[in-house]
Design a protein around this ligand. Structure first.
Ligand SMILES: C[C@](O)(C(=O)O)[C@H](CC(=O)O)C(=O)O
Ligand SMILES: [Mg+2]
Length: 310
């Protein structure tokens, strides 16, 4: 019989419903929940090990990873598969970016059912038109409030687990101004949203005004090179925000390092100067819990890497 160390090796030990309950408990805790974006299941494992409260799956990252811009080209199937793999890699709750819901309100409903089945703890739906774009770019547009309410009603009605978190994102700040964005957020809360994603606010004062006007939990997007000041955890906590995402951060860090490394190989004719910046083979295996697979088959982890070069 395999021992307890096998727990969580092939999929998370926590059920999806337990993760959803923990997401809700985190949002109600009064402590800012920090959810870095994971561009892969492996990155999610690191996020869990470093003890963040949750994992985020970004639409921008998922698109970029496929070599595509973030303009709504990805399909529900692609998003659910990748986000599901990321969600299953850890015991943490995972929130996924569902863009505009992949179509009309009926599609938003199917999106929620599909993401529930994939093991996600929640998703966000935004009030942009199709084709959508990054919320920090100029030239985006939002649908009328009534259309977003239909989107949300459909999403809420499709939910089978009441703990699955439906987050409504408003992109209105950059188009209609802060007051209109706040009005939208209040209407979305009335329509059953559990969490409001306040996209592209400018500075701490705007976050504070949003907080004062809306009763339900609020999420801040600390994406780099966008319209929002990069606020600290303490600042967001002090104005009463409930969650923060760093959606593209891990991809930007990794791609910066990959580009420097590839150029270095061309320049130096070897990667040997880069080893100190690399995740070591032993660290990778530790993160993957390679040795624990021995409980199932003792022929698996029967080597040492001490004698390996470097
Ligand atoms: C949060 C976001 O929706 C995402 O897909 O990660 C993006 C992030 C970005 O493009 O920087 C957004 O803010 O629209
Ligand atoms: Mg997005």
């Amino acid at each position: 019989m395999p021992g307890p160390s096998v727990t969580g090796l092939f999929s998370s030990a926590n059920s999806s419903s337990a993760k959803r309950r923990s997401l809700r408990a985190g949002l109600a805790s009064g402590t800012l929940q920090r959810w870095p974006g994971a561009f892969s299941p492996l990155v999610a494992k690191l996020i869990a090990e470093i003890r963040f409260e949750g994992v985020y799956v970004s639409g921008a990252v998922l698109s970029a990873d496929l070599g595509l811009p973030d303009i709504g080209l990805t399909t529900l199937t692609e998003v659910a598969n990748r986000a599901g793999a990321i969600a299953r890699a850890t015991e943490l709750p995972t929130l996924v970016d569902a863009d505009t819901g992949f179509g009309e309100p009926m599609s938003a409903a199917r999106t929620v059912a599909t993401l529930e089945d994939a093991g996600l703890a929640g998703c966000h739906l935004e009030d942009q038109v199709n084709p959508k774009r990054c919320g920090h770019l100029d030239g985006k547009d939002v649908v009328p409030v009534a259309d977003m309410l239909k989107r949300l009603h459909a999403a809420v009605s499709a939910r089978r687990d009441d703990d699955f978190v439906i987050c409504a994102r408003t992109d209105a700040r950059a188009i209609e101004g802060l007051d209109a964005a706040i009005d939208r957020a209040r209407a979305y809360a009335d329509a059953g949203a559990d969490l409001i994603f306040t996209e592209a606010l400018r500075d701490l004062g705007e976050f504070e005004r949003f907080r004062a006007a809306v009763d339900i939990p609020l999420l801040a997007n600390m994406t780099e090179f966008g319209k929002s000041d990069l606020l600290t955890v303490d600042q967001l906590q002090s104005v009463g925000y409930n969650a923060v995402i760093y959606p593209v951060t891990t991809l930007r860090i990794a791609m910066g390092a990959v580009e420097r490394g590839l150029r270095d190989i061309v320049a130096q004719g070897t990667q040997s100067g880069l080893l100190d910046d690399m995740q070591h083979r032993s660290r990778l295996y530790e993160l993957l819990r390679y040795a624990d697979y021995n409980d199932l088959d003792s022929d698996l982890f029967n080597f040492t890497i001490e004698g390996a070069r470097q």
